[in-house]
Ligand binder design. Structure first.
Ligand SMILES: [Zn+2]
Length: 468
C-alpha cells in the first residue's frame, strides 16, 4: 500500500508539474512582447533591403586564422568574427565547365548573381555566350537602389558578373563600357560604384568619367571626396587598379568600411523601394594568389570592419537581409604547416604576422628599387631576424625582381607562423554561408551556389514593391 501511495503521489505530482509547465508555456506565448513576435515573423518575411557580402577567396582556414590573429591582437578570449554567429550552412563552388571542376571568380559570381552555373571566365553569360539575367537587373526593375562596394577594380570578375555581361572577364574596358551602356529605365544599372579601376574608365578612346558625370553621377577619387561630397549616384574610383592591401593603403584611399558607411547612408536616405548592396572584400583573393599571409590577414580585417557596419545597419533597420559568403578559397591556405616540432609545439602562430608593418609586396618593391635589404626588413618587421633569414632575402635581391624578393620575405612569415600554401590559384572546396535578417531561412543547409541567385530573385520579385 505504501508503494501505491507513492505511485499516486508521483502521478499527482506529474500531473501538477505538467499543468504548470504547459500553462507556463501558454502564458509565455500569450504574453510574449509584440516585438519578439514581430522579430520572429520578420525572419521569414521578404526583406526590404538586401546586402550580399562576398569574401573573395575566403576559405574556412582563412577565417580560422583571422579569428586566431584577432584574438591575439586584442588579447581577448572572444573567438568570434563579426559573421560567426550567423552561420547557416555551406555552399558548393564548382563551375559547369567542360574542362574544370574548380571555379574562378567569374563563374562563381555568375552562379550567385544569376542562379546559373557557367564556364570559367564567363561574366553572366551561358555556354552559348548569351546574357543571363542578374539579380541586380531584377532589383533595378523593382526600383530598388543598387550599389557595389569592392576593394578590387569595379571591372573585376565579381562586380562585373553582378553588373554586366561578357564572354570573358579579361575584357575589362568593355566591362567598364557596359556598366554605363547597359541601362534599365534609361539609367545605368548600378547607382553607386565604389572601388578601384580608374584606368578602365578614364581612357583615351572613351571618357566614361565624363559620361557618368553628365548623367548625374558624382565622381570621387579620394577618401576626402567620398566623405565630403557623397551623393545618391556616385562613381568612386580610388586607385588605377585594385586597391592596395589595407595595411599598405595610402591615407587618401578609403577603407572598405568607409565606402560601406557612405553607401549605406546614401542608399537608405528617403528610399521607399529598398536597396541591393553588393559588398566584396575582393583582395583577400589577391593576397591568397600571392601566398601572402600578411596581406591576407590585413584584408580580412578590412573586410570584417565593413561587415560589422553592414550588420549594425541591419540590426537597427530590421528590414534588411545580410548574406555573407565566399566564392571559393584561394592559395590552399593551411592553418598549420610542417607538423609539430619539439621547440615550437603544435600550432599556427599569429605573432610574426602582427609584427609586420607592411606586406612583403610593399617591402619587396622598396628593395627592388634599390633600398638595402637590412634597412627595409628592420623598418617594416618588428622582430629580430636571424642571419639566415636576412641572407635568404639578400640572395633573392640579387635577382633584382620584386616578385622573387617578395617570395623570400613571405617565406620568413610562413615559417615563423606555420602557414602553409598549396597553390597560387584557387581550391575547390565548399565554403561557409552566413545570413541575418528577414528571408535568411532560404539560405540554410548545404546549398549549391546557384541557390543564392535563385533565392535573391525570389526575395526581390516577391517584394510588395516589385513592379517590372
Ligand atoms: Zn582569384
Amino acid at each position: 500500500m505504501g508503494s501505491m501511495d507513492r505511485k499516486k503521489r508521483m502521478l499527482l505530482f506529474t500531473v501538477i508539474l505538467t499543468t504548470l509547465v504547459l500553462g507556463g508555456l501558454f502564458t509565455l506565448q500569450n504574453v510574449s512582447p509584440a516585438s519578439t513576435n514581430a522579430a520572429n515573423k520578420k525572419q521569414t518575411q521578404t526583406p526590404k533591403n538586401i546586402i550580399f557580402v562576398i569574401g573573395d577567396g575566403m576559405g574556412m582556414p582563412m577565417i580560422k586564422a583571422y579569428r586566431t590573429l584577432k584574438q591575439e591582437k586584442q588579447s581577448s578570449t572572444n573567438r568570434q568574427t563579426a559573421w560567426d554567429p550567423y552561420l547557416v550552412g555551406m555552399q558548393t563552388t564548382h563551375p559547369d565547365d567542360p574542362r574544370d571542376n574548380i571555379t574562378d571568380s567569374a563563374a562563381a559570381a555568375t552562379a550567385m548573381a544569376t542562379g546559373n552555373k557557367t564556364y570559367n571566365d564567363a561574366i553572366a553569360v551561358n555556354h552559348e555566350k548569351k546574357p543571363l539575367r542578374s539579380v541586380i537587373e531584377a532589383a533595378k526593375e523593382a526600383r530598388m537602389k543598387t550599389a557595389f562596394v569592392v576593394s578590387s577594380d569595379i571591372t573585376d570578375a565579381t562586380p562585373a558578373a553582378f553588373g554586366t555581361h561578357n564572354v570573358s572577364r579579361k575584357n575589362k574596358e568593355q566591362i567598364a563600357d557596359h556598366f554605363f551602356d547597359e541601362k534599365i529605365n534609361g539609367e545605368p544599372k548600378v547607382d553607386i560604384l565604389l572601388g578601384g579601376g580608374m584606368q578602365y574608365f578614364d581612357r583615351k578612346d572613351r571618357d566614361l568619367i565624363q559620361e557618368f558625370k553628365k548623367s548625374g553621377y558624382s565622381i570621387l577619387q579620394s577618401k576626402q571626396d567620398l566623405l565630403s561630397k557623397p551623393s545618391k549616384k556616385m562613381l568612386g574610383l580610388f586607385q588605377d587598379d585594385e586597391l592596395d592591401r589595407a595595411i599598405d593603403r595610402p591615407k587618401d584611399v578609403p577603407s572598405l568600411k568607409d565606402m560601406t558607411q557612405v553607401a549605406l547612408t546614401q542608399l537608405n536616405d528617403d528610399n521607399p523601394h529598398g536597396f541591393f548592396l553588393l559588398l566584396e572584400g575582393s583582395t583577400i583573393d589577391s593576397a591568397g594568389h600571392e601566398n601572402d599571409v600578411v596581406g591576407a590577414m590585413s584584408e580580412m580585417e578590412d573586410f570584417e570592419k565593413a561587415v560589422q557596419v553592414a550588420l549594425q545597419f541591419a540590426k537597427k533597420d530590421r528590414e534588411t537581409l545580410v548574406v555573407i559568403t565566399a566564392d571559393h578559397a584561394t592559395g590552399g591556405f593551411s592553418f598549420g604547416a610542417d607538423g609539430m616540432t619539439s621547440e615550437s609545439g603544435y600550432k599556427w602562430d599569429p605573432a610574426p604576422i602582427l609584427a609586420a608593418k607592411k606586406t612583403p609586396v610593399y617591402m619587396a618593391k622598396k628593395i627592388a628599387s634599390g633600398q638595402s635589404v637590412h634597412d627595409v626588413l628592420h623598418t617594416y618587421i618588428d622582430f629580430s631576424l636571424t642571419t639566415d633569414e636576412i641572407s635568404q632575402v639578400e640572395i633573392a635581391a640579387q635577382s633584382g625582381k620584386a616578385s622573387t624578393i617578395q617570395l623570400s620575405i613571405q617565406h620568413i612569415f610562413d615559417q615563423r607562423s606555420f602557414t602553409g600554401w598549396t597553390t597560387f590559384a584557387h581550391t575547390g572546396e565548399d565554403v561557409p554561408v552566413y545570413a541575418y535578417g528577414p528571408g535568411k531561412t532560404a539560405f540554410q543547409g548545404w546549398i549549391d551556389n546557384t541557390k543564392q541567385g535563385k533565392n535573391l530573385f525570389h526575395l526581390i520579385e516577391s517584394s510588395s514593391t516589385y513592379r517590372p
